[in-house]
Design a protein around this ligand. Structure first.
Ligand code: ZN
Ligand code: ZN
Ligand code: FE
Length: 765
């Protein structure tokens, strides 16, 4: 008989609301341990007594057999002198301490057990659209405050029936303390209403909604984090009508497929992509489109990729089974407004877009869009971070003394709050261009502060004088003068964000390529090579400055950008001779030239985004665009299928006052020649990508020789171009440099708050 030992164990991470205590209960029984487990504000505490080797096996089981939805940050175990002599294992009531905080689980896609139940006609949850358990279901979107207990969620108004209560109370049950536990007897119910809000009387709202969708109607569906708008993805008229009503002329729509097998008929799906589609986060995954065969051509015009997702709630599963067709699923909003959340608000805001609403009476506490991800070099990268990921924190590679609120940028708005080494990056909130988004931003900041018990001492924001996010930061520090305000240069923040999520603390060569960011010299930066760490940032090189008539407003007209580049780099005569002059009214063209010449509203830019716009227009892909980065995306698409070319356009390096410049003149010269000799779009687009990637890597190599730094951080929205990212990482590897890039947060401005926060938090150490 072995001696009995006593251990006290603390498990940190996402360990509450994910079936952790019933798991501990089962493991304790399996390993013949007595004692107890309880939730505290900051961790799960376990007290066990038993044989030493059993405790060891128990600790291993916690680490390696943890529930599907749990995430363990660390386990602390301490051997105790005294033996208490527990006679059984029990789960004790929660213990809560003032100011303590815990990590909160994101919403989790429906698990296989719940899926089986809703399709089993003998199960009491057969076809119940709000089925969930400790392994799956809503979390973050229904939590109003911690501790995570039912009274503090939007489920508080539903009283569990006897059957549900029994499951909830039984530590051996999958639904033990599953806070959103419900069934058709006691839980939320569906209803189908007309666009006026009036109820449509029918036997089954689900069946009726499926029928209406098959009939070509637009139905707004209340999901986890807000309403989604759905229509038949094969019905061109329906898709176009949705575009017209939503005022979204061409930005691609995501499509929900009933299952992977159906998705495979339309898209190429690698093993890694399949894993991501079926993951508990269940994001929209950008997949290579095989054939648009029966899909409406209006879903993703001229794109080679499709945003695809699978049903992630029982409601979506049942609806997709009923409809049996791929459905467009897009955020329930008008253009760039926030996603609609409440039943009455939805009818008000979406009444002119949707024909019907499929809604329910479980309130949504937090807005939450679908996340968007893609695979690069076989690893998932987030393009939009929301459902399934937020509010799970990014771990900073250092412990900060002070808490920070970083307000992000105005495009792809999101913020970041820090506490200790946790950086809570908010879900995607949207472009800060309307009152609704700004107020959603402010409300979400307050909610995070409350949930994670954070009172920021430092406020960080972008250095751009006109950003609404920066004005918000200023307002906060004016209201409370004890707060420090820190302005962070846009591209320094991009680089710091990439460093932080990759756990880097040493200086890096940061390659920050994006559309626009306010530079320290007052120019519009966006093609930057920086030597940076969290403390400082030196600009070592950049893309050549070119005047941009109209400033940031020019981004809607790539053709004008192309004209400006050709005029500035090659002169008026070349511009007139080039095909460009035939595509733009001569009055407009000469006005544009005079504007550049006299420097009237023509700020200088080193933007890589504008370089893509200019090349795209120059070779005839886009004259004007309808959504951000459209020209660059379509240029990438054109290059994607081109045959590999050995040809290179030359991008020369020059030096001015110690600053290295990548010159663009020869590049434009060569592309113009190719256009004139009718070289195909795909070939030019491909050669441009390869040449640019070579130039970036060669510049990094020079800067590495000069600085001794071997790590290169690739960041900024341009690196959402996966062809470019793949080419650059390959070229860097060939030169024995180590490339890091974004995976956890978007590489575009949606990830910038993390960088601002890391810089500000580091300054407090
Ligand atoms: Zn489940
Ligand atoms: Zn029930
Ligand atoms: Fe940016």
């Amino acid at each position: 008989m072995c001696a009995i030992e006593h251990y006290n164990i603390r498990v940190y991470g996402v360990v509450q609301g994910v079936g952790f205590r019933p798991f501990i209960y089962r493991m304790a029984l399996a390993h013949m341990l007595n004692g107890w487990a309880r939730n505290t504000s900051g961790y799960v505490e376990i007290d066990v007594e038993g044989a030493d080797n059993n405790v060891e096996a128990f600790l291993n089981a916690i680490q390696y057999r943890k529930p599907h939805a749990a995430y363990i940050e660390k386990i602390e175990s301490q051997k105790k002198e005294q033996i208490t002599g527990h006679s059984a294992f029990e789960i004790k009531g929660s213990k809560h301490e003032q100011g303590e905080y815990q990590l909160i689980s994101p919403d989790i896609a429906i698990c296989p057990e719940c899926t089986a139940e809703i399709f089993d006609s003998s199960n009491r949850r057969y076809r119940y659209p709000f089925t969930n358990c400790t392994n799956c279901g809503p979390r973050f979107t229904i939590i109003k405050d911690i501790p995570y207990d039912r009274p503090l969620t939007t489920m508080s108004c539903f009283t569990m029936c006897a059957d549900c209560q029994t499951e909830y109370d039984n530590p051996a049950n999958r639904r033990f303390h599953a806070q959103p536990n419900a069934c058709s007897v006691c839980g939320p119910q569906l209803e189908l209403v007309y666009s006026s809000g009036q109820t449509l009387i029918c036997d089954s709202p689900l069946d009726e909604a499926s029928r209406l969708l098959r009939d070509g109607k637009i139905v707004a569906i209340k999901g986890l984090g807000g309403f989604l708008l759905a229509c038949d993805a094969a019905n061109d008229a329906a898709v176009n009508e949705l575009r017209r009503r939503k005022q979204r002329p061409s930005k691609p729509f995501a499509v929900m497929f009933p299952d992977v097998a159906t998705a495979r008929r339309y898209c190429h799906i690698t093993a890694e992509e399949e894993k991501l589609l079926l993951s508990k986060q269940s994001p929209i995954v950008l997949l290579k489109l095989l054939s648009q065969a029966d899909l409406s051509p209006s879903i993703a015009r001229s794109l080679k990729y499709l945003g695809a997702l699978l049903p992630y709630t029982p409601l979506h599963l049942l609806l997709m089974r009923g409809a049996g067709i791929p459905l467009v699923m897009t955020s329930g909003n008008l253009s760039e407004e926030p996603i609609a959340r409440d039943n009455s608000e939805a009818v008000e805001r979406l009444g002119n877009i949707a024909d019907y609403f499929l809604r329910h009476n479980r309130d949504i506490h937090m807005c939450y869009d679908d996340s968007v991800a893609m695979l690069v070099n076989d690893e998932p990268c987030l393009v939009r971070r929301a459902r399934g990921y937020a509010p799970y924190p990014v771990r900073l590679p250092f412990m900060a003394k002070k808490s920070v609120l970083a307000c992000g940028a105005d495009m792809k708005g999101s913020f970041c709050l820090t506490r200790d080494a946790h950086a809570f990056v908010s879900q995607h909130i949207g472009d800060m261009e309307n009152v609704e988004t700004l107020s959603n931003f402010e409300g979400t900041v307050e909610a995070y502060k409350q949930l994670f018990r954070i009172e920021p001492q430092i406020i960080a924001c972008d250095a751009h004088p006109n950003y609404l996010s920066a004005r918000y930061a200023q307002k906060l520090t004016q209201k409370d003068t004890s707060l420090n305000l820190l302005y962070v240069q846009h591209h320094h923040a991009h680089v710091a964000s990439c460093m932080a999520e990759n756990g880097i603390t040493q200086p890096v060569i940061g390659v920050a390529l994006d559309g626009t960011g306010y530079g320290t010299d007052g120019n519009i930066w966006g093609g930057e090579f920086l030597l940076a760490d969290y403390k400082k940032c030196d600009r070592l090189a950049h893309l050549e400055y070119v005047p941009l008539p109209g400033g940031d407003a020019a981004t809607r007209r790539p053709l004008r950008v192309a004209c400006a580049y050709v005029y500035a780099l090659l002169g008026e005569a070349t511009l007139i001779e080039s095909g460009l002059s035939k595509r733009i009214p001569s009055v407009e063209l000469s006005l544009l030239c005079r504007q550049i010449e006299r420097r009237v509203n023509s700020p200088l830019t080193s933007s890589c985004g504008r370089l893509f716009d200019a090349v795209s227009a120059l070779i005839g892909i886009n004259d004007s665009i309808n959504y951000e980065a459209q020209a660059a995306i379509e240029l990438e698409m054109a290059a994607t299928d081109a045959p590999v070319t050995a040809k290179r356009y030359s991008l020369e390096f020059a030096e001015q006052n110690g600053m290295r410049i990548i010159r663009l003149k020869e590049l434009f010269n060569a592309i113009l020649k190719d256009v004139q000799s009718h070289v195909g779009q795909a070939e030019i687009a491909c050669c441009f990508h390869v040449s640019l990637a070579d130039a970036i890597a060669a510049m990094c190599q020079e800067l590495s020789r000069q600085s001794g730094v071997k790590t290169v951080a690739l960041c900024g929205g341009v690196f959402q171009n996966r062809l470019l990212l793949q080419l650059v990482t390959r070229e860097l590897r060939r030169r024995e440099l180590c490339a890091i890039w974004h995976k956890q947060v978007p590489s575009n401005d949606g990830g910038i708050a993390l960088g601002q926060a890391a810089i500000a938090a580091f300054s407090s150490m």
